[in-house]
Design a binder for this molecule. Sequence first.
Ligand code: ADP
Ligand code: MG
Length: 322
Amino acid sequence: MGEFDLIAMIRRGVRGAGPGVALGIGDDAALLRLPARAELVATTDVLIEGVHFPCGTDASRVGWKALAVNLSDLAAMGAVPAWVLLALALPRADARWVRAFAKGFAALARQHRVALVGGDTTRGPLSITVTALGLVPSGHALRREGARAGDAIYVSGTPGDAAAGLAIVQRRLRGAAAGASRALRARLDRPVPRVALGVALRGIARAAIDVSDGLVQDLGHVLRASGVGAVIEADAVPASAALRKAVADQRRRRELQLAGGDDYELLFTVPRRREFRVPGIAAKLRLPLTRIGTITRDRALVVRDSDGRRVRVGRGGYEHFA
Ligand code: ADP
Ligand code: MG
């Protein structure tokens, strides 16, 4: 099994053709055709074993997640994914691992009709770098800097599940029932990039970000970019049934919801006059979209409970080199 056999194996597993692919895998670089009046949205994310996923994680889950985190970044921009590149460093030419990885990667790639158009394959400590390219009508991308005082702050889905899944894997959280435990782990291993939501929010949301490092920390990025503050109602953040079952203690649950990462939900702000359009999107996508706070003029971020007491959020979310 050599480098080129591995590339061939990935190629067999993952679709390479698709709209706009003038030349895919096989030459020195791919040739991609851009539609008129569209902007190319480009993002890349590295996943390292032991840092971004636990050592020994099932390869098909790694394949899914490596693509999912990148599609999530495109979703947060309101872009439709079109093409991806995949750079793999593998400790050894492990055909079984690569086949399983390609399977997980392909399962999500198929759902979004993205074509794998290139990459690189080398020997080294296990790491996966995906570059995702998407399209958005010119001038319509969702950005972090658009939030204004008075905007409502929404979050999709049920934050905290992935962090609880990680706590279960790392045995910091014990005693959860098997069903809840499985559901939470699935949210960690197979995050669903909110691509359709990102597209639906064009022209409705004023700012958006995907929640990868923790709700409060990622909201902080929006606030700084927009030069505003926020009040977050901690008790408004929706908790899944699995999370409520697995973590009975409300303070601990809140911590997972506000500071835990890896959810890949979208956090976005909507001006009041457009809020009436949010429930329709939620219904169409069958995805809870919950108002959790308000953007304010002063630049502080206040998190409070339903009695109006300040809630302290511990570790502000995940940060490398911290
Ligand atoms: P070069 O040496 O010119 O960079 P490579 O031999 O690395 O070319 O790759 C040959 C072809 O296979 C290129 O088109 C490259 O994009 C593609 N490729 C290599 N590794 C991967 C991978 N992991 N996934 C998808 N395509 C890959
Ligand atoms: Mg190369």
